[in-house]
Design a protein around this ligand. Structure first.
Ligand code: SAM
Length: 243
């Protein structure tokens, strides 16, 4: 584990990723494309315009290209990552690599059929101690990224989010009417399970998810300041990521 940071908080730091991508050739978070391809192929058409958020040095986009998905735009806020990946995969027609921050996407509204992320939102949440009650900073950050994702999706488009976060934690962030999507999920992996969330733009939240949002909003109104913390989550982020 040559590239392990001294402190998990560094996963939120672009300098950490730049430094790591100077020497690391490839790393796959939550398993490679073959592990969830059977789910992906039922959700995504070969001609779909796909945006990959926080592509890193993963082989996922190239594997998708080999599987027949040829319209793939990859973004990452690490310039080292984008320089390396665009040079390495210059021979993939239809594939682009852009240096861009997921918090501020420079695409017009309704540009993509599919937005896909694997481990990028997890990296943004890595400092959170209590998955039931993420800090307001983290909630704002995720809200900002999800607003951008929703904005660049076409009507009927899908946000696919791959993570180790279980539905009772992740739905608290995703099930919001303001994003205009429904929330469903699949699982994959042997032993340790990962989750592939499917957020479909233009569909309503299920009654259960709408109820969750209502309850969380009521709780937030009743508790304007965060006064409780639960036991520190001692799980190591890295223990959850390698399939
Ligand atoms: C845990 S890695 C996942 C990499 C890759 N998706 C994979 O599956 O192996 C997180 C990636 O997200 C990128 N990232 C983190 N925050 C970002 C942001 N605000 N905008 C764009 N990329 C970001 C990091 O540079 C890093 O490449």
């Amino acid at each position: 584990m040559e590239h392990l940071p001294d402190d998990n908080s560094r996963y939120k730091d672009v300098d950490y990723w730049d430094e790591r991508y100077l020497t690391e050739k490839s790393f796959e978070w939550f398993g490679d494309f073959s592990k969830f391809q059977h789910i992906f192929e039922n959700l995504v058409k070969k001609k779909d315009a796909i945006l990959v958020l926080g592509c890193g040095n993963s082989a996922m986009s190239v594997d998708m290209h080999r599987a027949g998905y040829h319209s793939i735009c990859n973004i990452d806020y690490s310039s080292v990552c984008i320089d390396t990946m665009s040079t390495r995969h210059a021979d993939c027609p239809g594939m682009s690599w852009l240096h861009m921050d997921a918090r501020q996407l420079s695409f017009p509204d309704g540009s993509f059929d599919v937005v896909l992320e694997k481990g990028t939102l997890d990296a943004m949440l890595v400092e959170e101690k209590d998955p039931w009650e993420v800090s307001s900073d983290a909630a704002c950050l995720i809200h900002r990224v999800l607003s951008e994702v929703s904005r660049v999706l076409k009507p009927g488009g899908r946000f696919l989010s791959i993570t180790f976060a279980q539905p009772h934690f992740r739905k608290r962030l995703y099930a919001r009417r303001c994003f205009g999507w429904s929330v469903h999920h699949h699982t994959y992996g042997e032993g340790f399970h990962y989750f592939l969330y499917v957020l479909t733009k233009g569909e309503e939240l299920s009654p259960e998810d709408a109820g969750l949002e209502k309850r969380l909003l009521e709780e937030a109104e009743a508790t304007p300041t965060q006064v409780t913390t639960q036991e520190e989550d001692t799980e190591n982020f890295l223990e959850n990521i390698i399939l």
